[in-house]
Design a protein around this ligand. Structure first.
Ligand SMILES: Cc1cc2nc3c(=O)[nH]c(=O)nc-3n(C[C@H](O)[C@H](O)[C@H](O)COP(=O)(O)OP(=O)(O)OC[C@H]3O[C@@H](n4cnc5c(N)ncnc54)[C@H](O)[C@@H]3O)c2cc1C
Ligand code: SF4
Length: 506
């Protein structure tokens, strides 16, 4: 145990984020890191519970509870408190290939399940995690892993998001030779083109990719499986194939005016922004006066425009934050769901993930910039308005949610609540419907009734022998931490297929 009375002596404390005023002027990360001393004190708050719900990683009554990859949280909290950095790092890496990603972007279901959180603010688990891994990088503990024996088996991992990276890392540890095929020009999946730089700096992603390359994993960029390499070629060149190709098919909004220009999928906007940022100032397409080195080229640029973001999730919030950095004239974020409560309700007890109102960084920044929360809850769009073929506004209506006799909730429009919002750009951030149609057409993989790659009896094996699937492609759109879990488990399934057994952890 870290310190028996730590939770009574020290209050929960996090490093202050960079202020909204400062951070909206650039695309740098807005979270900061404490001194070692301060973070060790936070680790002292861990009670080393007999049953550590934080690391349970279970679905309780349809709600996530605890860490999906079963991080050994009380153990590394104690080692962190004692300043035993190398051991803390070793414990952390037993369950998580990429704590530098989860420590930055995970919504931390572990913290909502922390027992201290029953009566006091919970332990700063996520901040402890990122502190340990950054210290490990600083101290030089993080090294490439070159397996002592290669098995001679070759595996193609399709997609370099967190699922593909975790799968490749694990299979490399098992001694197999791994190629990661990635259709984009840079590796990382949504860690690279999706989650914006201010939440996860792209140098952090590349630092890990370089380590994996030094471990012997090859990244074949601009290579689309099913097109540049057919499934037949993949099956003849490799002993197994694992599809970790994400859930890229965006949900559309089929209402009047959808064909107007100026209406984009959120991922087109976010990808273009990161691409421009990484190209650097002065690069082709980068606006000379862009804020920081980012911004977007031409019509995707939100500066001095009215933007309506449709969708209240992470993707929508990232769009709001990016628009604020562009110097947007106004930004509204429409969410069809009801405004969540401020605190837990009785049907959402501890240790479940709290379904409460969260004001994320993007909303904080819009509030700073415009003086009000950009979100309109219980609101949907009935049509897009246009001038000369370009979007000029959206028509909205409030909705009411009611539970039917079958237990399902459905919404109905509320008469008399129609409104019109000005919009020069509309960003559709309403979620994803599984892998693209091309993925299925080009590979012969089967789609399940949720639009994802079908696997046998909820395992990772598809119905093509030697072909596996993991991550958002199998599970549906989710979180980085779930993608890592899927990648690790698919690696084990693939290793069993190749070797007849596996030493890789479950
Ligand atoms: C904007 C946004 C913000 C998010 N923010 C967060 C967050 O803050 N915290 C969090 O936990 N989660 C967040 N998520 C969710 C998280 O990013 C995903 O759940 C996670 O990245 C899924 O990992 P994956 O490896 O399954 O797929 P992806 O990360 O989508 O990677 C799939 C990769 O496969 C490649 N690919 C696809 N088809 C092929 C092919 N045929 N051949 C070769 N390559 C192919 C794609 O180019 C892509 O690089 C966010 C998602 C979005 C869209
Ligand atoms: S990976 Fe996520 S859930 Fe697990 S310990 Fe880290 S922050 Fe918590």
């Amino acid at each position: 145990m870290a310190k028996p009375d730590g939770f009574m002596l020290f209050p929960r404390e996090l490093p202050l984020d960079r202020s909204a005023d400062e951070r909206i002027r650039d695309y740098d990360e807005f979270h900061r890191i404490f001194s070692d001393e301060k973070q060790r004190r936070q680790a002292a708050r861990c009670m080393d519970c007999g049953i550590p719900f934080c690391h349970a990683g279970r679905i309780v009554e349809k709600a996530t509870t605890g860490c999906p990859i079963h991080n050994l949280i009380p153990e590394w909290n104690e080692l962190l408190y004692k300043g035993r950095w190398e051991e803390a790092y070793a414990r952390l890496m037993k369950t998580n290939n990429f704590p530098e990603f989860t420590g930055r972007v995970c919504p931390a279901p572990c913290e909502d399940a922390c027992t201290v959180g029953l009566y006091d603010p919970m332990v700063t688990i996520k901040q402890n995690e990122v502190h340990i891994i950054e210290k490990a990088f600083l101290e030089g503990f993080v090294e490439p892993y070159i397996p002592p024996i290669r098995t001679g088996k070759k595996v193609a991992v399709i997609g370099s998001g967190p699922a593909g990276l975790a799968c490749a890392d694990q299979l490399n540890r098992a001694g197999h030779t791994i190629d990661v095929l990635e259709k984009a020009d840079r590796p990382g999946g949504l860690l690279m083109y999706g989650i914006p730089n201010m939440k996860l700096d792209k140098t952090i992603v590349l630092r890990r990719i370089h380590l994996m390359e030094s471990s012997g994993i090859r990244f074949l960029l601009n290579t689309e499986a099913g097109r540049d390499k057919t499934i037949e070629e993949l099956l003849s060149d490799y002993d197994a194939v694992v599809f970790c190709c994400g859930a890229e098919k965006p949900r559309d909004l089929d209402v009047e005016g959808r064909s107007l220009s100026g209406i984009y999928f959120a991922m087109d906007f976010l990808t273009e922004n990161t691409r421009t940022l990484l190209a650097g100032p002065g690069a082709a397409g980068a606006p000379a006066d862009a804020i920081g080195a980012g911004g977007c080229a031409a019509d995707l640029r939100a500066q001095d425009k009215n933007v309506v973001v449709i969708g209240g999730g992470d993707t929508g919030t990232d769009c709001v934050a990016t628009c604020v950095r562009h110097g947007v004239k106004s930004v509204r974020q429409l969410e069809i769901m009801s405004k969540p409560p401020e605190t837990r309700t009785v049907d959402n007890p501890w240790p479940q993930w709290r379904k409460i109102l969260r004001t994320d960084y993007g909303q904080e920044e819009a509030i700073y910039r415009f003086g009000e929360d950009p979100r309109n809850f219980e609101t949907t769009v009935t049509s897009f308005l246009g001038k000369a073929g370009h979007v000029s506004g959206v028509k909205t209506v409030r909705v009411a949610w009611n539970q039917g006799e079958d237990g399902a909730f459905r919404f109905t429009p509320v008469p008399g609540t129609e409104e019109q919002l000005e919009a020069d750009i509309v960003l559709l951030a309403m979620g994803f419907l599984g892998p693209t149609d091309a993925t299925f057409e080009n590979t012969g993989l089967r789609r399940n009734n949720r639009g994802n790659i079908a696997t046998e009896n909820d395992t990772y094996a598809t119905d093509i022998p030697g072909v596996f699937a993991a991550g958002d492609a199998r599970r549906g759109q989710s979180l980085v931490v779930w993608a890592i879990r899927e990648g690790r488990q698919a690696a084990r399934a693939c290793d069993c297929y190749l070797s007849g057994h596996s030493e890789l952890p479950q």
